[in-house]
Design a protein around this ligand. Sequence first.
Ligand code: ADP
Ligand code: ZN
Length: 423
Amino acid sequence: MSREELRDLQGKRLHKLVDLVYHNTPFYRAKMQEMDLLPDDIRTIDDIVKLPFTTKADLRDNYPVGLLATPMSEIVRIHASSGTTGNPTIVGYTYRDLEIWKEVIARALTAYGVTRGDIVSVGYGYGLFTGGLGAHYGVEHLGATVLPTSTGNTEKHIRLLRDLGVTGIACTPSYALYLAEALHKQGLSADDLKLRIGAFGAEPWTENMRREIEERLGIQAYNIYGLSEIMGPGVAYECGCKNGSHIAEDHFYPEIIHPETGEVLPLGQEGELVLTTLTKTGMPLLRYRTKDLTALHYDKCSCGRTLVRMDRILGRSDDMLIIRGVNVFPTQIESVILEMPEFEPHYLLLVDRKNNTDTMELQVEVRPEYYSDEINKMLALKKKLVARLQSVLGLGVDVRLVEPRSIERSVGKAKRVIDNRKL
Ligand code: ADP
Ligand code: ZN
């Protein structure tokens, strides 16, 4: 679809959406009345800037189901996001919403090169988390075979990958690494498997992490992005060009705003991603602030898709650590570690405040080939990493080199930062 046609379609869908929420979601009607807005004021997609933002706090304040735009009897599924503080976030889906969801996942799988002949193992957690069930129905919708392995039993997982000749896998990047390690531990390698494609998401990961996973599992690794408030995985996905993730813009309209001022930023600039669900009917959201930091690119992709491309998520604005006034994202640290052959992609950041000064300790695993009892070797390695971090982050980091396999592995979303500061 050309960009003009797409914008036209987005405008029509937005108009319908605003009409829906105005008449069915008291929260949005009140907000629009406050702003003196009527549904008919929203005619084209450019009018979207007139609409109010929605935040995670709005979802919590309307807990559990105050933001639904349909009676509960129309809701056929509920998911909930983990919710680190306060109420969890509940999302409700109509039958139609689920159809759109599986459609966008099937699109993503197609973009990765998955076809009906593939067997795809879904290693995202099944349950209230959107990853498992979301990916599951997309694989079926495409007509490929789904293997609902979920998280947990890695040994059995590997066995099934082998015995069935599984060709595709969807899980978190950290679980992919864990799986690769477990494979190695069993004396097996990527050559013992038929895996060729992986769809990884649900947490930020870097280009270096991609290289690592591709090598260890002998696959092509692609990004998949999403969040439960908007739908779940499948909001955006990479194509064969691995040059940013295409947003399924006919269903999810993206904007980039300044994370502090809320002002819409010029094209191409990095900021907070804001998404509007153009077609959802269960719990549609207007201009939802994702807190995810990225930039959008509208030039045509070499794959031929006209859908906008989103950069890798640098992190959530609330993942950003401010250490002695310097802004640091865990992904920057991951990138530094993985550029150096001596380290494993397993690390932990311990942040604290001592004598009114922020401290940050990075624990990182040394690869077995480089791990040594000789203190001088280890000191030299540590010095090298400290210098590299200093030059990339502009910050002195206390580094602690730890033995291979000493940092706890994660099967779901990795937790890499422990911030003990009482701010
Ligand atoms: P929770 O809020 O409980 O973590 P969600 O599944 O809704 O549960 O999490 C969505 C968030 O996960 C996104 O807002 C984003 O921060 C992160 N995320 C999901 N996919 C990716 C991805 N491919 N790259 C980076 N971050 C991602
Ligand atoms: Zn593309």
